[in-house]
Design a protein around this ligand. Structure first.
Ligand code: GAR
Length: 217
């Protein structure tokens, strides 16, 4: 059973989806600690409500970025963490953390990477006028929103959509693919080959006839 540490900054709805997947047995893992850089993050309440240990590591308390990272690593290692999950963690993680957890840090981003990296991916996509927006789960490397991609989902942008409606539609999809990617990791089904992530044991023939086209035929 993989020991998971989750880093959050806000509402923690993705954290909630991971908690549910652990509870139902879909993820063969255990969340040993939830860390927030914001003491007000609602995700801390979600964790506590589920009996999960929580810690606050405020980035503002550290003069140097490295010291912030060092404290994150210390707390994660104290929890015996094997997989680090960034679930709406709004800080860039440094090399110190990546070196402590090589190929063991996973992030969710609310856009189809490599399009629209950085903050507010959904708004970037909306403002650009894309017909298909979406989300990406990927391994984290030294560059922002850049590491090898595990799962992506495409979400249509509808004519009358507001930014918030699109954001909500993408978030619903995040709640599906993030637990799914973590489950695959915990089951030992992910293998990184350069930029590509190979998933073992899935039937891709099911996919070969599928496409999400933005204009109904
Ligand atoms: C999610 O939409 C996640 O993709 C995004 O923050 C939100 C957190 O929501 N993450 C990023 O933008 C990271 N670059 P949540 O706290 O309800 O899970």
């Amino acid at each position: 059973m993989t020991k998971i540490g989750v880093l959050i900054s806000g509402s923690g709805s993705n954290l909630q989806s991971i908690i549910e997947a652990v509870k139902s047995g879909r993820i063969d893992g255990e969340i040993t600690v939830v860390i927030s850089n914001d003491p007000e993050a609602y995700g801390l309440t979600r964790a506590a409500d589920n009996g999960i240990a929580t810690r606050v590591v405020k980035h503002g308390d550290y003069l140097k970025r490295q010291d912030f990272d060092k404290e994150l690593v210390r707390v994660l290692q104290a929890g015996g963490v094997e997989l680090v999950v960034l679930a709406g963690f709004m800080r860039v993680v440094g090399t110190l953390l990546l070196e402590a957890f090589p190929d063991r840090v996973i992030n969710i981003h609310p856009a189809i990477l490599p399009a629209f990296p950085g903050t507010d991916g959904q708004a970037q996509a909306f403002n650009y006028g894309v017909k298909l927006a979406g989300c990406t789960v990927h391994f984290v490397d030294e560059k922002v929103d850049h590491g090898p991609i595990i799962i992506q989902a495409a979400v249509p942008v509808l004519a009358g959509d507001s930014k918030d409606e699109l954001k909500a539609r993408i978030l619903k999809c995040e709640h599906k693919i993030f637990p799914q990617a973590i489950a695959l990791y915990c089951a030992g089904k992910l293998r990184i080959e350069g930029r590509r992530v190979v998933i073992t044991g899935i039937d891709e023939t099911l996919l070969s006839e599928q496409a999400l086209i933005s204009c109904p035929l």
